[in-house]
Design a protein around this ligand. Sequence first.
Ligand SMILES: [Zn+2]
Length: 88
Amino acid sequence: MKIVKRIPKDSILACARWTALEPLMLPDNVVGKCAECGQAIQHRPHAPKKMRKVCMFCAAPDIAEGAESVTTKQMLEDFKTYKRGQKQ
Ligand SMILES: [Zn+2]
């Protein structure tokens, strides 16, 4: 996965699915709907508003076909914060 400063235009944001039965991965995550299937998803509050957000299941075919995966330093930091929270 490549770390970029700016997410390329027309990228999709692959998001974790969410159900009300489980806590958000990070407490300030925003709940939305997958642009493909309508399933509830969660993403970071600073995710670009115009970016198309889909659940991991809907993103999987693009990933399997070799679509380039990118992330930002902020996204990596958020993921580390989430992982640290899991270890407590
Ligand atoms: Zn979906």
